[in-house]
Design a protein around this ligand. Structure first.
Ligand code: ADP
Ligand code: MG
Ligand code: MG
Length: 213
């Protein structure tokens, strides 16, 4: 199983649906340790991304780039530039690595996800353990890469990543935030799951749903 540009659009659309369904929960997490807007921010951004037409883009790289720019412009909060950078870096990694049918394989998709996560790290200057979305991305991508190394196909790699992401999101609960608004709370940021970690795990859940077995 591989990823085509239509499937990439389906992935973004499925993510928009998951965000809408979980927006209240994401905002509640952010109410507890932030400013109560993460669900609304992500919903506003992904609804704009959902309105993009896959047919208007030459390939999945062009689509992902526009999706990233849309997140940056539609979302005022820090999640806009962070998810925006993620998708734009993914686009750069995929560009030129699609075959003549605009298909990307599991290793290429994994490299694109990792470049995206590195983009979040560069933009937000957070490190592992700072209680941010990065605390989901890196463990998830390590699980993904291990599956690639075992010769697994895209769907199985994504299942491994998604399972690791869910566990990693839970593991942010006891952490103390060192970046973002939650860091203003100091020790009182412990005891609540990081909202961006939760929304990042949903992006991988959407990928599992999209890139079928
Ligand atoms: P804002 O905090 O501006 O209201 P959101 O509520 O939409 O933006 O997003 C908050 C999430 O963004 C956090 O839960 C965290 O995962 C992520 N985040 C915030 N700052 C950083 C950072 N410097 N690096 C990585 N992720 C960050
Ligand atoms: Mg917020
Ligand atoms: Mg905000």
């Amino acid at each position: 199983m591989t990823a085509t540009s239509d499937q990439i659009k389906n992935w973004l659309d499925n993510y928009a649906v998951l965000i809408r369904r979980n927006a209240a929960d994401l905002t509640e997490l952010d109410r507890l340790i932030g400013d109560a807007d993460h669900g609304a921010n992500m919903q506003r951004g992904m609804e704009r991304v959902q309105k993009l037409n896959a047919g208007d883009f030459a390939d999945s790289a062009a689509l992902l780039k526009r999706a990233g720019m849309t997140m940056v412009s539609a979302v005022g909060g820090s999640s806009g530039p962070l998810y925006g950078t993620f998708f734009i870096r993914m686009a750069t990694a995929i560009a030129g690595n699609e075959d003549e049918n605009h298909v990307v394989d599991a290793a290429t998709f994994g490299k694109a996800l990792r470049d995206g996560a590195d983009g979040i790290a560069a933009r937000g200057k957070a490190q592992l353990g700072d209680k941010t979305m990065l605390d989901v991305w890196y463990p998830a991508l390590d699980a993904y890469d291990a599956a690639v190394a075992e010769g697994k196909e895209l769907h199985e790699c994504l299942v491994a990543a998604s399972e690791a992401a869910d566990a990693a999101a839970e593991a942010t609960i006891p952490m103390i935030a060192h970046k973002g608004r939650a860091s203003y709370l100091g020790n009182r940021s412990a005891g609540v799951k990081d909202p961006g970690a939760a929304s990042s795990a949903l992006l991988l859940q959407a990928a599992v749903e999209t890139f079928g077995a």
